[in-house]
Ligand binder design. Structure first.
Ligand code: G3H
Ligand code: ZN
Length: 285
């Protein structure tokens, strides 16, 4: 199976009333965990890598690992660039076989964000690759993108409508109260704002910073029209928690596989739970 553009998966989710999980990976074990979980739940998933993940592992390695996963996968997979900011990297990812890219111009003034998104769309359209853009600022840290929480700016619904009309982008990431990384308190989503954006914007909506958001809030966000839900931190926490436990229980262990296998299993369990929460279990057909 080859990669499916994320836009195709998200439009199916939009008509089906569920959300597709977009899970970050930067190594073999986490990638395998995501794909195993998707197969166990018979769910479509989006595999995503940030520029930081690409710097860590190398674009060729990440693309080759994901291709190996897709070759035998029993479920539809998209390969997506997460939080791309550089059109040059977008082009490299398209050449490397990514089926979807995000161009994150959310730090730019509106007109510049529109221009950057259009520039990327031109490249992506030629290759049949779908494009996600971002409007409004999501606080916290996703690799090198850091926005102080007080600076965080929620998405303006009218501006979102204008942005999508002007760009023709395939999906839109919105800022409605989520943050990247670990939350200090309980996150409170601006669900009214989300509904308003949904009314005005026809394309699938994306929720970033979804780790640590209570299940009920996630369900409500899906009911109000979110179709892509990004998860990174919850996988990292489960993976490293299992690594710490294995190292404590087996201080003399010298085989990394004995430490990383339980970590991979822990990641599978997290991803399976998320898939069920998002309503995408059984939607692989
Ligand atoms: O782009 C990736 C996600 O927005 C990650 O969010 O830190 O809540 O897992 P997270
Ligand atoms: Zn994000």
């Amino acid at each position: 199976m080859s990669f499916v553009p994320a836009g195709v998966l998200l439009r199916a989710a939009q008509s089906g009333g569920y959300a597709v999980g977009a899970f970050n990976f930067n190594n073999l074990e986490i990638l395998q965990a995501i794909v195993r979980a998707a197969e166990a739940e018979k769910a479509p998933v989006i595999l995503q890598a940030t520029p930081g993940a690409i710097r860590y592992a190398g674009l060729d390695y990440l693309a080759a690992l994901a291709r190996a996963a897709a070759k035998n996968a029993a479920v539809p997979l998209a390969l997506h660039l997460d939080h791309g900011t550089d059109p040059g990297l977008v082009e490299e990812c398209v050449r490397a076989g990514f089926s979807s890219v995000m161009i994150d111009g959310s730090k730019l003034p509106l007109e510049k964000n529109i221009a950057l998104t259009r520039q990327v769309l031109e490249v992506a359209r030629r290759a049949g690759v779908s494009v996600e853009a971002e409007l409004g600022r999501i606080s916290g840290t996703e690799d090198e993108i850091t926005v102080a929480e007080r600076e965080a700016l929620f998405t303006d619904p009218e501006e979102a409508r204008f942005f999508v009309e002007q760009t023709g982008v395939d999906s839109l990431a919105v800022a409605v109260g989520t943050a990247h990384g670990v939350y200090r308190g309980e996150p409170r989503l601006d669900l009214e704002r989300l509904s308003k954006i949904r009314e005005l914007v026809p394309v699938p909506l994306v929720l970033h910073g979804s780790s640590g958001v209570p299940d009920d809030a996630i369900r409500e966000a899906i009911a109000r029209g979110v179709q892509k839900i990004n998860i990174d931190t919850d996988i990292r926490l489960a993976f490293l928690g299992a690594v710490r436990q294995a190292l404590t229980e087996k201080p003399g262990e010298i085989d990394p596989r004995k430490i990383l296998s339980p970590a991979r299993e822990a990641a599978v369990e997290v991803v399976r739970k998320k898939i069920r929460l998002f309503g995408s279990a059984g939607k692989a057909g």
